[in-house]
Design a protein around this ligand. Structure first.
Ligand code: SF4
Length: 174
């Protein structure tokens, strides 16, 4: 059986992590202020009560947001389908894991995008190795905690070394 696309968001397999963790301010994109790690007042269990009318109700920011599959992966892979609603004590660790998984998935997105660059064989091999580590690895909460100061830094250094390719792209686009 083929693997699901890691970057595909599936809210039905998440526990509304973005509707809890993310903060927003009342303005053009959101209808009221919300603090980080505070369940949104429009949340009903794991569903948004105004899902079908978000834009009309002043929540265009929610329509635009995409966690790139980080929420569903955290809930299913790291917490075995458990929710902070049935296990409130897990809320802080779930929020930390979600934050780190968003960083994992942002880098998967970047590494996939780098496939269009004229990478030399070593760079291409490293790109594929990084992708395999990020996509295939079954993450635990403690490994996610360590990600930002370990593998994430290695990948960022890798991208820093590829600036020459990015400059090539910019020149070609002119
Ligand atoms: S308005 Fe709906 S989609 Fe936006 S944060 Fe609140 S519950 Fe989530």
């Amino acid at each position: 059986m083929s693997q699901p696309d890691r970057l595909k968001t599936d809210c039905s397999r998440c526990a509304a992590l973005c509707c809890v963790m993310l903060a927003f301010d009342k303005g053009e994109d959101f209808g009221f202020d919300k603090n980080p790690c505070e369940p949104c007042r429009n949340l009903d269990t794991h569903k948004c009560k105004i899902h079908d009318t978000l834009a009309q109700d002043g929540f265009r920011g929610c329509v635009a947001y995409d966690c790139l599959g980080a929420g569903n992966r955290v809930i299913q892979e790291v917490f075995g389908g458990t929710s902070w609603q049935s296990e409130p004590r897990l809320m802080p660790v779930m929020m930390e894991a979600f934050s780190a998984m968003r960083e994992v998935h942002k880098r998967i997105d970047l590494l996939r995008a780098a496939a269009i660059l004229s990478l030399d064989p070593d760079e291409e091999q490293r790109r594929l190795e990084f992708l395999a580590q990020l996509e295939d690895h079954p993450w635990t909460a403690s490994e996610l905690n360590a990600f930002e100061f370990g593998l994430a830094l290695e990948i960022d250094v890798y991208f820093h070394g590829m600036e020459k390719h990015l400059n090539e792209l910019v020149s070609a686009a002119r």
